[in-house]
Design a protein around this ligand. Structure first.
Ligand code: CA2
Length: 143
């Protein structure tokens, strides 16, 4: 059974409670639950943190234990060379996901430090982006 880590960064614990016009009405728990329902043949591990170090530690811990990672790094997308290094270091396929389309928002969101370390990226489609990312990982893992 493939194992996929759903990793979420800062403030995403607030999903569904504020700014629904940007981030939708679903909570992070709703998103994680619907992934488990939609992909019963996948073992999901889920983790959210507001701390950059905790996200790095979780990536390190996933090395050799999961088949892929779906990662919404939140605002660390636009600031974190340390997360870029961690993704490179763990040598896992990582799909970057954003609920919104950062390139259509403020200019400080236009650059991602994370993208060059990732296998692919899905942005601007809301919560279905997580599900599309899981499908992409499963497809890439087919022998
Ligand atoms: O669109 C995305 O998924 C983002 O990763 C979300 C980040 C933002 O900094 C990125 O540029 C794009 C922000 C997450 C904040 O989440 C909230 C959720 C509900 C209420 C307030 C913030």
């Amino acid at each position: 059974m493939p194992v996929i880590l759903i990793l979420n960064g800062p403030n995403l614990n607030l999903l569904g409670t504020r700014q629904p016009e940007i981030y939708g009405y679903e909570t992070l728990e709703d998103i994680n639950k619907s992934l488990k329902k939609k992909f019963p043949a996948v073992k999901f591990e889920t983790f959210q943190s507001n701390s950059e170090g905790a996200l790095i530690d979780r990536l390190h811990d996933a090395r050799g234990k999961v088949d892929g990672v779906v990662f919404n790094p939140g605002a660390y997308t636009h600031t974190s060379i340390a997360l870029f290094d961690a993704i490179k270091a763990v040598e896992l396929p990582v799909i970057e996901v954003h609920l919104s389309l950062p390139e259509a928002r403020e200019s400080f969101r236009h650059h991602s430090y994370i993208t060059p370390a990732c296998k692919g990226k899905i942005s601007g489609l809301g919560s279905i982006g997580y599900s599309l990312a899981v499908e992409a990982l499963l497809d890439a893992g087919k022998k």
